[in-house]
Design a protein around this ligand. Structure first.
Ligand code: GDD
Ligand code: MN
Length: 384
């Protein structure tokens, strides 16, 4: 299949020749063009011009005077400038193995998908190139939160943070994208209803140079999430707040009736947890109720989680106040906030998790069972 390979670059001069060489080996003349979209201050454009002289695949560079939208903006510019319907987006530091490019394109062809994601988080994939434990934690944490916020749109995507994917341009409303920061795939998937399949890949070590990820990128990512959608999460927060107020009201009423405060608090907690479950079913996850677990399964998981959580919160608060210099009210605020995020991720990712609708690694599935037709049903749920 003819495709454009879009490589965003920021000071990747020592990697250019190697990536072009490996792409030539991997896809031969099966690609229409390698398109570097460059914001460098080093001699990356010269390195590209040099590689263009010997590459069998045509090589082009767009050098941007102003790095609008950073990495994501560069990818969008590449999509706009590509001449083919299919584009593969990959990093310019060889953390994304060029040998995966034909795999992504074959998978696209075999399944009729709109996007083929190279994922580190399906069987056969790995994150081994992500340098340290802290970065892995941040990466996995942001994947959990992001999938919790877009349970339907990301139901078939285990790695919305990857910058390695093939996409059918005609399925993307490019003008609707608001590129910023590093996470262009999330931007694309969150704004469209698309057929997504995944192929595993091993995220390699950087070939040369250094990473451009920093705290500023992390903050851009949070702003991107905020702009994309807090809808589901804010409904969840509103229901949590109603629960907290109801809890206090019930407790006050019972105490006024002369009931001991421990029993009053227990009854108030039980009523709130049950009420919370039904409100959540109706107002937060209504669209996902028939996409995964059964009613009783959801009921037990949700009520069980909230019961344990409400029992753990107090000792945790005690520990925080006694072992750290944090003032008690601030400590209470922190535990409430942390509990909120964990509860939201648990509800969205476990209790209401929608089933996948496309197979993982459809290419591999085909080679194992070539006689069975791999049909990929179109996702029917479009509310997220
Ligand atoms: N044009 C352009 N403009 N390219 C950029 C910019 C920019 O402002 N910033 C970074 N890039 C390019 C880099 O040159 C590289 O080719 C690619 O984008 C990824 O940047 P890295 O600096 O290598 O980032 P990383 O390895 O920390 O992050 C990557 O890993 C994530 C997975 O954890 C990113 O590629 C993500 O897309 C990927 O998902
Ligand atoms: Mn990198």
């Amino acid at each position: 299949m003819n495709a454009t390979i879009i490589v965003p670059t920021f000071n990747e001069a020592p990697n250019v020749a190697e990536i072009v060489r490996r792409l030539n080996d991997a896809v031969g003349t099966g690609a229409a063009e390698i398109l570097f979209v460059d914001d460098s201050s080093d001699d990356t454009p010269q390195a590209v011009a040099h590689a263009a002289q010997w590459s069998a695949i045509p090589v082009r560079v767009i050098h941007r005077e102003e790095a609008i939208g950073g990495l994501s903006g560069a990818v969008v510019e590449g999509l706009q400038s590509a001449a083919t319907d299919w584009c593969v987006v990959m990093d310019g530091d060889l953390q994304h193995p060029p040998e995966m490019v034909p795999v992504l394109l074959q998978s696209a062809q075999a399944t009729g998908a709109d996007v083929v994601v190279a994922s580190r988080h399906v069987r056969g994939g790995s994150n081994q190139g992500l340098s340290d434990v802290r970065r892995r934690l941040v990466s996995n944490g942001s994947i959990a939160l992001t999938r919790a916020m877009f349970p339907a749109r990301l139901r078939n995507c285990t790695d919305p943070m990857t910058g390695f994917f093939a996409v059918r341009r005609s399925s993307v409303d490019i003008d609707a994208l608001r590129p910023r920061g590093f996470k262009i795939l999330l931007e694309i998937l969150a704004r469209h209803r698309m057929q997504v399949v995944e192929e595993p890949f091993i995220f390699a070590e950087r070939h040369a140079g250094e990473s451009k990820a920093d705290l500023a990128q992390g903050i851009r990512f949070l702003r991107q999430l905020a702009a994309l959608r807090f809808g589901r999460m804010s409904r969840f927060a509103a229901i949590g707040a109603i629960g907290a107020v109801a809890n206090l009201a019930i407790m006050a009423a019972l105490v006024a009736l002369g009931i001991g405060y421990v029993i009053a608090a227990t009854v108030a907690a039980a009523v709130t947890i049950l009420g919370n479950f039904f409100l959540q079913e109706i107002f937060v996850f209504r669209d996902l109720r028939h996409e995964g677990r059964s009613f009783w399964h959801r009921f037990v998981a949700s009520v069980g989680f909230n019961t344990i959580e409400s029992m753990l919160r107090l000792p945790l608060l005690y520990l925080l106040v006694e072992t750290t210099p944090v003032p008690s009210v601030i400590a209470q605020g922190v535990t409430i906030l942390v509990a909120f995020v964990i509860r939201f991720v648990f509800m969205s990712r476990v209790v209401y998790r929608p089933r996948r609708t496309t197979p993982v690694s459809p290419l591999l599935a085909r080679t194992i069972a070539p006689q069975s037709e791999t049909t990929v049903p179109h996702a029917t749920n479009g509310s997220v």
